[in-house]
Design a protein around this ligand. Sequence first.
Ligand code: ATP
Length: 602
Amino acid sequence: MNGIIKILGPLLHTLPEGSRRFLTGYGAASAALALLDVVALGLVAALLPGLVSGSDVVLPVIGNLTQQGLVLPMLAFICLLIVLKSVLAVLLLRYATKRFARHEVAIGDRLFAAYLASPWEQRLGRNSAEIVRSVDIGVGITVSGVLMPAMTLFGELGTLVAVVVVLFVAQPLIAVVTMVYLGLVAVLLARVISPRAVAIGRENREWSNRTAKVLYEALGALKEITLADRGAEVQEQVHGTRTRSARARAAAIQISQVPRYVLETALVVGFALVGGVGLATGGPAGAVSAIGLFAIAGFRLIPSLTRMQAVQSSVNTSASFARQIVQDIREGEAQMARHTAERPQRDLPAAAADIVLEDVSFRYPGAASPALHDVSIRIPAGSHVAFVGSSGAGKSTMVDLLLGLLEPEHGRILVGGEPLEFVLKSWRRRIGYVPQEVSLFDASVAQNVALAWDPEKVDRPRVQTALRRAQLLDTVLGREGGIDALVGERGMALSGGQRQRLGIARALYDSPLVLVMDEATSALDTATEAAVTTAINELHGAVTVITVAHRLATIRNADVVFFMREGTVAAYGTFDEVVARVPDFAQQAALAGLATDAGAAD
Ligand SMILES: Nc1ncnc2c1ncn2[C@@H]1O[C@H](COP(=O)(O)OP(=O)(O)OP(=O)(O)O)[C@@H](O)[C@H]1O
């Protein structure tokens, strides 16, 4: 019970105010329904001695029922009360389950918002399969396995109290014996079953998350796996993780059934115990009356105790998901609140602005050495700059810092003279970003360009303009369906170069003031790359273009080339100036057929 309260409290805080009121009302209504049980049971307990002994049945207010011929109508009334309680309980449950569906959505929304708002570094440390499972399945399990069952506890507790009250009023000694006995059974179940159920729940979450992770990763690398003939190995992995999670789920079902049988056995033993006490204190008539009362109480008590134990099991096995969700929501929202309080956002002026880095250093969490250190550069507004350098030199890290996804460990980034963290919202709105790997979703070309899951939100003329600039419009219009044709899962229906150009069109769709391209044209043929570069060059002056490229032809005409080596900017200047200063770069330029006089002189 303690475990239920511990998880229920924080979980209720993840719900909107109205929902908490509803849940309190639901609990109170369930408990109130149990009052009908008190009345029905109380009447049975009052009728029982007379019915057992064959003497007249007398009720305190109504009088002698036998003489008034009211015994049968009273029994019918008791049956009616029991049926009425069941009907009302079903109606209440029907109404409540609809509300619970809304709670599931509310918790899922808060959790997803917290993930979306969490810092990029933190997101790098989380596996996406785990996040998908948490937001969808985890939230479902939290509501159906923790919240819903836990809220039915109020009704069960009401029934329990009602039965105990009736027992105490009717036969105090039998009531004490029954309570002590059932209490011991409950302690036994809590000590033996509950810890096991918690462990099983944790195991289930861990292994089903691992299964999802392996499946996501394997499906992402399906081509390589097929070609390398590693299908059997992947199958073995999936088999291993699924076996563990399936075993945990089977164990959870098994353990949830055990209490029922324990309680049924306890009921039989209870008859003997209570009968013995009744015999010792009131002779055979006392024994029959005690057994009768225990049977009637048991008729209400045992299902109620069984359900309470089932709730306990369900909460124990699902609590692992709920705890993770509550923790993620708390951390995410605390971070959001901290950011909002510490960094009140200001708007940037409408025009393009200079970007300045002052002594910027950055280290990935857990990394031994910094990925960037002491970088001080200026990117003039409207210019075209390029970051070059060997693999692992820090180019993508630099881009992520400029995008405001990562924050410098030391130093600062200024946009138009303002620290980036104070204009981040406004800054991100003006950026168009093309990553190395463009992520497409299974929808139309137009939706992918507009990054809109709702087709209604697509601005079709803007889609066409962006596609034209990215040199993709003719290809798209040449395909059946045009801009409404589907791109397939992860853009499978497009070639690598088409996917890249679609990514460029996506970045251009919002008419950005800053265009960041991280190896964005690496999959294009030379002619298409030249056409895209020309289209991008047309933006010169109005848009700041930041390019990361290994293919040096792309950046031949950049205003400034920053040559990066081991996390620092080792040299910068025009293409020719960097060729003149950096022999490594001169060699790369020569290999690319871009040797200059300056480079040749070196
Ligand atoms: N998420 C991460 N966690 C830890 N270290 C990272 C992470 N991402 C990159 N690094 C490390 O930071 C350094 C710089 O990486 P970065 O991706 O910025 O290089 P790059 O110049 O863009 O390389 P490439 O040209 O191969 O894309 C590398 O040593 C890399 O191993």
